[in-house]
Design a protein around this ligand. Structure first.
Ligand SMILES: Nc1ncnc2c1ncn2[C@@H]1O[C@H](COP(=O)(O)OP(=O)(O)O)[C@@H](O)[C@H]1O
Ligand SMILES: [Mg+2]
Length: 247
């Protein structure tokens, strides 16, 4: 396998309104790092993830995924390397059953039916939902849908996984299960979230964003214990460091 890495250099981005959402963002990520992207609502976490996977291409600066620049003509290649898990599972799942959804991308990619089945089995096993293989999507719980969404990207065997607010709307048991599953992956992961307890449990490195910029980039254990730094950026200590533990 080639050396897995992401290089973001001097990236700035505005939507049509012209307001600069990302302002000169640079970072490097590699191999099996797990990186939390945190910051107040509207700071541009989701926008940054979308840029990495080429959902918005009119940015300034450069984004390279394993040396491949993110641009229109490289998108098929980029999407083989990166799997993006949407915040809203209903945006990810559009077929009628789990099997159909998880098989969709590899089928679309032209793989043999035998290989497609092998990929689906692998993805369902990795997410612990083999028994939901034939379940109808509309009958599934939020937690099940989130795992199925993750399985739809694993079936393309990405090197890199991007997740936008994966724990949002999960009950505590499903949330713990998600954390366990994320920790079992050795992919390069970028997780945007305001669930700082989950970031503490899943990411060794954290990037704090504010005002369109990266304010801090370092060890999660250090940044998420820095009450002053967090408060300056409209964040709070994780609950588990506020003196009580959510169950
Ligand atoms: N499609 C869009 N068009 C215009 N503005 C947008 C769009 N998506 C997000 N924004 C704006 O960009 C800013 C950053 O949004 P977002 O990346 O979703 O932040 P976060 O994920 O950190 O909450 C917000 O001000 C939001 O309103
Ligand atoms: Mg967001």
């Amino acid at each position: 396998m080639s050396h897995i890495h992401i290089d973001v250099e001097h990236v700035s981005f505005s939507y049509e309104s012209g307001v600069r959402i990302l302002d000169d963002i640079s970072f490097h990520a590699s191999e099996n790092e797990s990186i939390g992207i945190i910051g107040a609502n509207g700071v541009g976490k989701s926008t940054l993830l979308k840029l990495l996977v080429g959902l918005n291409l009119n940015f300034d600066g450069s984004i390279r995924i394993e040396e491949v620049p993110v641009e229109k003509k490289t998108l098929p290649k980029i999407r083989e390397k990166i799997g993006y898990v949407f915040q809203d599972s209903d945006s990810q799942l559009f077929m009628s059953t789990v099997f159909e959804d998880v098989a969709f991308a590899p089928r679309n990619y032209g793989l043999s039916e035998e290989e497609v089945r092998r990929r689906v089995d692998y993805a369902l096993e990795m997410t612990g939902i083999s028994k939901l293989r034939d379940k109808q999507i509309y009958k599934m719980s939020g937690g099940e849908k989130k795992l199925a969404s993750i399985a739809t990207i694993l079936s393309m065997t990405p090197d890199i996984i991007l997740m936008d607010e994966p724990s949002i709307a999960l009950d505590p048991k499903n949330r713990r299960n998600l954390i366990r599953i994320l920790n079992s992956f050795d992919h390069l992961k970028l997780i945007a979230s305001h669930d700082l307890d989950m970031i503490l449990d899943t990411c060794s490195r954290t990037i704090i964003m504010a005002g369109g910029k990266i304010i801090a980039d370092g060890k999660t254990e250090e940044l998420l214990r820095d009450k002053e730094l967090l408060e300056q950026n409209d964040l709070e200590l994780p609950f588990c460091l506020q003196g009580y533990h959510p169950r």
